[in-house]
Design a protein around this ligand. Sequence first.
Ligand code: PSV
Ligand code: MN
Length: 427
Amino acid sequence: MILEKQFINDHNKKLAAKHAASFSFLANQLEQEGHDVERIVSKIAALQIAIPSWALGNGGTRFGRFSGGGEPRTLEEKILDVGLLHAINRSSGAISLHIPWDIPSDAAAIKALAREHDLIFDAVNSNTFQDQPDQQLSYKYGSLSHTDKAIRQQAIDHNLEVIHHGKQLGSKALTVWLADGTCFPGQQNFRKAFQRTLESLKEIYTGLPDDWQMFIEYKPYEPYFYSTVIQDWGTSHLLATKLGRKAYCLVDLGHHLPNTNIEQIVAMLMMEGKLGGFHFNDSKYGDDDLTVGSIKPYQLFLIFNELVYGMEDPASVNPIPAWMIDASHNVKDPLEDLLQSVEAIKLAYAQALLVNKEELEAARENNDATQAQEILQHAYRTDVRPLIAEARKRVGAALQPLSLFRSLNVRKQLIQERGHKTVSTGL
Ligand code: PSV
Ligand code: MN
């Protein structure tokens, strides 16, 4: 479905007066507090968050999956869906592919289609956590860490093939998430599994173009339940450091044990210049892949506080991380969920931009915990929605993405076009 520019204009016109009043009220207040509102608005407008090709249909659990209908059936349709999101919010200008779930049969045509929708290709993701029908050897007992050299080689070759697809599309990064792990104590030698993984990654790294990055994602458990080879940020950092300057860690918000202090991990990785990629979602228990900001919005703000600190520090050696949503939509319309997630990310970013860094540092130097909390929560409790809306308005996006999406009856139209048939997202 292609969004006519006129729909956005009409939508924005209807909301213009109300928005202007709330934006000028907030802008005034922020200017009085010493903020450069123009700078903040342009930063918010510039933030782009990639959409993964696997998040456009309904996800499920191991107990079942319920499709809302109208899901994209092909890679072309997935690009159309991301294009639609981007037309509405001008903040989702990139798509991240999972290979082999989404292998482009004609890369040039896919690239051209994406360009038509103003989209670029974000990191490409390899998949050695499932056996594919035409695959010779099984990943049941691991891939890059496998005891059998031939299986490791098959997984290495797959990653090199993913880089090849990415090159054709203009991607600049490879994300490696390994499911490799064990279910029972004693099942594997931890050290040997790590060494084998490092050796395999070295071979992939050799095939990585010079202007590419490799993101190494960590996860403590699932699909295996006793150990995971790349279980935490320390292991990911160890690998990234041993591999070299093109290798970075990737933080997925769902890949931490309950109550982990993720903002501190972010701070440490950025300090070391090793935070390369970020997967957004939210969770209550484990890797729940819920809508960003739906469960722990304050934690998201605290994480952004560290991200902003890391990005704005002139002494920072960390590149700007690659942002992506990695969520699954079991009960919501996937496109609505993604619009909400992008919104939540931008809200947390805007709130973090409002933190008075000098005052916060002064409070810290004085060991004034009360004042430090006041400063953080003053920013967090500011209703920044008019700032986000203004940023969108300035780049031709909708003032209220979700209400525009609903008013256009997008899902109904997609069901008419594509039908109710359940389509596998690979998940
Ligand atoms: C694994 O849980 C993960 O977070 C990785 O990023 C995968 O690529 C993605 O989810 C989809 O399975
Ligand atoms: Mn992830």
